[in-house]
Design a protein. Structure first.
Ligand code: ATP
Ligand code: MG
Length: 313
């Protein structure tokens, strides 16, 4: 498959911080690559280096097979960027904002008109064309920010945390829109600290922490690193310690906790873990309410690799 981005040994240091440390990876044509990492892990810095918006100390970046540089207009016109901080003009309405950004690359008026309508449809702003940014909710403003970045139908799109602090409806709308962009052939780099989004959206994921790549692969490949295969959560209002000790001895159990009336058991592997547990609870006449059984999440992977939760950092 064609390589759209090749980055080798990228290192970016600010005065005191090594924001990105020796990153090497590739982005393939047509994929959504997720850069997943907590605050300050280097996601935005990586993107800004790709775009030649930042100088960096070390590394080589090729986009569409050519060296990237600040004046590489031919490369840049095929790139769309949606920055983490919203960047639209307060004095222009929705339609005119998109028109402005699209017009930087698409000079033909008729084509531009069609492209703007496509972008408005993609993010679901049909009813807000004449609205000014101040009149839009946070979620709608994010959608406008996205429309401005992608209206010129770029082949490569960078989306830097496009769903931060948006309502669920806008989030779904944005995620659907991004899938549609991929269906239409775009290659996408998507940064987020929401692991659920990565699972829904991304073909491959790179997990970053403190500027380093911790792991990479498909979500299924990454989950194998978690060292657990199943997580069972059961609501039990009262579970004396002696039973906990017993359950700890069951086969395949990796770890067990009991807090706030929730018993959480992680299993290394195996089948019938839940059946064995329920049989035991029945035998001992222990009453329980809701039961959940889950596969490991990317948070478990992060926890395994760093000893800390992705959510809490
Ligand atoms: N202009 C700057 N000057 C100094 N340090 C910076 C600057 N920008 C970023 N950093 C530092 O570089 C590191 C990486 O920051 P970056 O913004 O790339 O992370 P991020 O993963 O995008 O985080 P977030 O999820 O908060 O957007 C952090 O430690 C940050 O404090
Ligand atoms: Mg960032």
């Amino acid at each position: 498959m064609k390589k759209i981005i090749e980055v080798k040994n990228l290192t970016k240091e600010y005065k005191k911080v090594k924001a990105v440390n020796d990153l090497t990876f590739e982005v393939l044509e047509g994929e959504i690559l997720g850069l997943l990492g907590p605050n300050g892990s280097g996601k935005s810095t990586t993107i800004n280096c790709f775009l030649s918006l930042l100088n960096f100390q070390k590394g080589k970046i090729k986009i569409f097979g050519s060296d990237m540089s600040p004046d590489a207009y031919k490369i840049k016109k095929n790139i769309g960027v949606v920055f983490q901080d919203i960047a639209v003009f307060e004095e222009l309405n929705v339609y005119d904002n998109i028109d402005y950004f699209c017009g930087l690359y698409i000079k033909d008026k008729q084509t531009r008109k069609e492209y703007i309508e496509d972008a408005i449809k993609l993010v679901g702003l049909e009813d807000f064309k004449k609205f000014y940014p101040k009149q839009l909710s946070g979620g709608l403003l994010r959608r406008l920010n996205i429309a401005c970045g992608i209206a010129h139908k770029p082949k490569l799109i960078f989306l830097d945390e496009p769903t931060v602090a948006v309502d669920p409806q806008s989030r779904n709308n944005i995620l659907d829109g991004i899938k549609k962009l991929r269906e239409d052939g775009a290659t996408i780099i998507y940064t987020t600290h929401y692991m659920e989004e990565v699972e829904i959206l991304c073909d491959r994921v790179i997990i970053l922490d403190k500027g380093n790549i911790l792991a990479r692969g498909t979500t299924d490949e990454l989950k194998k690193l978690a060292n657990i295969e199943e997580k069972v959560t059961i609501e039990i209002s009262d579970l004396p310690k002696k039973y906990l000790e017993k359950i700890k001895e069951f086969k395949n159990v990796e770890d067990i906790t009991y807090n706030n009336e929730l018993l959480v058991i992680t299993y290394k592997k195996g089948k019938n873990n839940l059946v064995e547990l329920l049989d035991y609870l029945k035998e001992e006449h222990i009453k329980y309410n809701k039961i959940f059984s889950e596969r490991p999440t990317l948070n478990d992977v992060f926890l395994e690799l760093t000893g800390k939760e992705l959510r809490d950092v």
